[in-house]
Design a protein around this ligand. Sequence first.
Ligand SMILES: *[C@@H]1O[C@H](CO)[C@@H](O)[C@H](O)[C@H]1NC(C)=O
Ligand SMILES: *[C@@H]1O[C@H](CO)[C@@H](O)[C@H](O)[C@H]1NC(C)=O
Ligand SMILES: *[C@@H]1O[C@H](CO)[C@@H](O)[C@H](O)[C@H]1NC(C)=O
Ligand SMILES: *[C@@H]1O[C@H](CO)[C@@H](O)[C@H](O)[C@H]1NC(C)=O
Ligand SMILES: *[C@@H]1O[C@H](CO)[C@@H](O)[C@H](O)[C@H]1NC(C)=O
Length: 331
Amino acid sequence: MSSKPTNPPLARRSRRKRIGLIVCAVLVIIVIALAIGLGVGLTRGGSGSTPSAPSSAPTSTVSPLPSPTVQPAWTPTVNSTWQIVLENPLELSSDAASITPDVEVYDIDLFTNGAEVISTLHKLGKKVICYFSAGSYEPDRPDSGDFKDADKGKEMDGWPGEYWLNLNSTNVRNIMTKRVELAAQKGCDAVDPDNVDGYSNNNGLSLTPADSIAFLSFLSNATLTHKLSLGLKNAAAIIDAVLPLVHFSVNEQCAQYAECSNFTAFITHHKPVFHIEYPDAGKKVSTTQVNDYCGAAADAANFSTVIKLTDLDGWVEYCNYAAFTTLLNSS
Ligand SMILES: *[C@@H]1O[C@H](CO)[C@@H](O)[C@H](O)[C@H]1NC(C)=O
Ligand SMILES: *[C@@H]1O[C@H](CO)[C@@H](O)[C@H](O)[C@H]1NC(C)=O
Ligand SMILES: *[C@@H]1O[C@H](CO)[C@@H](O)[C@H](O)[C@H]1NC(C)=O
Ligand SMILES: *[C@@H]1O[C@H](CO)[C@@H](O)[C@H](O)[C@H]1NC(C)=O
Ligand SMILES: *[C@@H]1O[C@H](CO)[C@@H](O)[C@H](O)[C@H]1NC(C)=O
């Protein structure tokens, strides 16, 4: 059994971190422009006086990775109904006759929920996606002590004590292999590995989309060993490459950021998009605002949309305006 963290980490959201990246990119461009304008060579050493030209950004012409030959025991279908709760473990006794809301899929924290919660969800006919952070160090997890300082990059903007991880690190991958094994032992049907998009954040490790693609390839191997389904969290830029490896998307705020069309490839390939919006800075919203995030997002027509508070507690609202609260254990 895993021990409960004393301070359960909040749900991860990449957007706030992305602002830092944009600022950083603008600064880099300004610095390069200034360097060129002043005729300052960016290279050190005396091999000639030619200033190095800024290398053009690599164009994403990644071709899809080959489809694995192994299939998971279960894969979710487009338009599945779901609920996501990460703040606290579910309050669900082993003889529970129902759970609210009565949706098909629950996405819950791998560490804080015991195997009995997952087994009870199964008895109630639910499928279970287990969430863990695959690309960041969190201080309060039972295995946090296994990470090495060398694995860690920059602290995540907005998440004190949490650090980007080097996705190439053998140590990091060994820890993630164990997390996937824990998911299999607990009976999870799928995993939702978060923070696989370090490349779009100020990560301090020079992570690239190629690093994320290689990491998803590693996660695909690790999960298929246990016949678990694998989700892709956000990471729009690598969808084309990894779509054959993943069985669903977990997306945050595509309607808010007008990028739901980037995720429709999942629907075309009969893979659901579990779509979360956090309107109005995480306050509970009016039906008009729900409409903004559901009805107006035509590209998200066949997404499995939930309206949530940013702490991803038990409250949820659906696009038909039905709102529910799942009971949680305090921890
Ligand atoms: C999607 O699911 C909702 C809720 O279960 C249902 O009302 C709707 O008809 C479904 N749409 C499609 C295209 O299957
Ligand atoms: C990860 O490994 C690849 C292949 O060896 C290398 O090209 C890349 O630069 C490495 N990335 C990081 C962040 O170390
Ligand atoms: C995944 O497994 C395949 C087949 O065993 C292997 O060729 C490949 O290198 C593995 N990839 C990673 C990233 O572990
Ligand atoms: C999302 O799609 C738009 C339009 O096709 C494209 O310009 C953009 O680069 C995509 N975003 C990412 C992160 O891939
Ligand atoms: C949603 O699914 C329905 C039923 O399969 C299909 O007719 C429609 O074109 C889809 N809409 C989008 C935007 O993908």
